[in-house]
Design a protein around this ligand. Sequence first.
Ligand code: FAD
Length: 634
Amino acid sequence: MGGLFSKSYYHTDPVTFATQITDTESDDTSNCKEYDYIVVGGGSAGCVVASRLSEDPSVSVLLIESGKSKGNLFTQIPLAFTKVFGSEVDWSFTTTPQKAQGGKQPYWARGRILGGTSVLNACIYHRCSPEDFDGWAKGGATGWSYDDLEPYFKKAERFLPNKVPESVNIEHKGQSGPWVIGQDGDDSGTAPIIPKIIAACQNVGMDYHEDLNKGGRTLGVVRLPGTVDEKGRSAYPSSYRVWFCHTQIFSAETGSSTATAYLTNEVLARPNLTVACSITVERILFDREPSLRAAGVQLTTAPAAPKFRVRAKREIILSGGVIGSAQTLLLSGIGPKDELEQVGVNCVQDLPSVGKHLADHISGGPFIFRAKPGYTLDYLNNRLAGAPAILQWLLWGTGPFGKMPLGSAAFMRTDDPVLFDQTHETVKDLSSGPNSPDLEFMWTPAIVPDFFSSGKPGEHGITFSSVALKPESEGSIVLRSNSVWEKPLIDGNYFASENDVNVVLRGVRLLFKLARTEPLASVLDLRPQSADKDSYFWPGDLEMDKFTDDQLRDWIRANGAPAAHPVGTCRIGQSSSNSVVDPSLKVHGVGGLRIVDASVFPTQISGHPIATIVAMAEKLADLVKDSRNSAPVV
Ligand SMILES: Cc1cc2nc3c(=O)[nH]c(=O)nc-3n(C[C@H](O)[C@H](O)[C@H](O)COP(=O)(O)OP(=O)(O)OC[C@H]3O[C@@H](n4cnc5c(N)ncnc54)[C@H](O)[C@@H]3O)c2cc1C
């Protein structure tokens, strides 16, 4: 969708970049259009890889994305990110019925658009704990320690805060990367309840620090850095803000998905880069001689549309995300042999870990406290009252709509005796190390009962989640059929481990306490006599001693919601018996095929994943470039 004065660089008709085929049974790619590299999935990682590989004008790169090239107004308003859920740019997955949650089927938002889930996420930029990555390296993911990744965090970043808090050492930040990262450093424009929460967190015993990404120990309450534009406001792709008769007449690319950061018009204009959108890869095609090698992909625009193929002279890189990469491998015959046979897929490489070891952060669901009027952003739900704020964003990009939806958070260890009573349940230490958290509080200054609804008119509230960062439960992704058009079975297996429930429970108890701690307590409007279990203010209205631990556990299981950070379905490891890719991100036993995205995380990390995904994609691009001279051109 180009504007009047902007050129479209995107291919949506496969005739322009691929070769039509009629024989869909064979793997023949011999007469197909060729590219040195084919990147499957133009999401958070895929845009980075395509951009970096095409820096060398002597190689050709094809990037294939199933979703459209551009979003809509809501994909550009940071605070409106929930409005995108269920739209055409969201795959809108749901899990299988979750046993420990009484059959509940949590919703999984995932971006289906150039930029992938980075287009519809909450903008939080978190390098996470160095111990997360040092644990990866110790576990066999050689080359992925924090020291190995730090140069790539920096390579990606252009740290441009609109106000640098004093304690932030910008020497530790990247300053010339494509991805603008900022930090507000103050609360102007945010809901007045936010500084009260931060102060209450300190009053219950948490440290406050200003630089979440400084490395070392990052426990405490923080203002979050985010993917923001140069004016210091959060921004989403291609901010076309001036319209005439539904036509874009002005386009200002201000940030900040990986599509807009890495696929700028300058990059898209490279003659050696082809970006195909609204095109879905059905399967990988293989050469069998002299050894098994990924040789090309089969693609199309719709289930019954003509099929096309392209051939890779050097390598195929899968970046389809935690679902898409696993699904593509499985549909291509790479995965657990017995499972593949059950859905009629011929196994070409028996790899038992494909689709397994799915790890996600899980929260106890929205924990909502009633607030006094004037402290939250609930007024924005009223069109009349919200209109000036939306106008402010449209004209200047500032105000509450330009702010990160979750601008602050707290990271804790559940074995911290200052914060948590250690005499109740036992909680195992599953953290990555003594300086790493296993629990996070996130908050939104409004009533957000679920992904799709907001508070009732006239009501005001603050929504917290208590999120287990290192859950023990592992889930899986399994094919439902042999068609890419049928969504796979996603089983988060949430709360299968009682330890995960207990981590969240410790957090919920602390939330009761936080709400009764100044200066937050004074701006809340709790109703301790409330008996309305159907109210979204239940159980927050009541005192903690009204509940037994078992009642709270039941509430957590019934309301538990994933924090949208699934990883691990194609994890890195040394052995093909329990991992999918080796430390060079090459699929075990298959030549010419690598993966980079959230699926390759060897274990879950203790925070928000996109900074790591982008750093890994940066590093993968270097690994591919380094092996260019040694890898044969086929
Ligand atoms: C609501 C929400 C809020 C979040 N907030 C944050 C946050 O604030 N900070 C943070 O760090 N993380 C956040 N996350 C998580 C983070 O955004 C994701 O983990 C990350 O974007 C995933 O990147 P990826 O490259 O693995 O996959 P994706 O970005 O999902 O990319 C995969 C791409 O592959 C495409 N694809 C899949 N299959 C095919 C196929 N067969 N053919 C062609 N294309 C295909 C998809 O359409 C997609 O574009 C959030 C997630 C959600 C859902």
